[in-house]
Design a protein. Sequence first.
Length: 93
Amino acid sequence: MNLRFPDPDQRAAIEAAAKQEGVSLQEYILSAAYARATAVQDRFLDAFRESMSRSGSAFAAEAGAADPSAEQRAAELEARRGLEEQQKRGHAA
């Protein structure tokens, strides 16, 4: 891993932090990058869960419209059979 720091003070600060943690400079930088990436991922997942919760609530509120009653399903089936019968008669004529 090639570590170049344009600012010598920045390099010295990172080296001191790595030494304080008892790890190499490379390990310290990789650990910091991993911690930052997982923090970003955690924020994304939290926002996604919140969005899913809101969406789930919206769909639950409309569940009655999406799931028709047994009577409505029976009426729709009856209407479909009627249309199919009309189509069969139309083709026979």
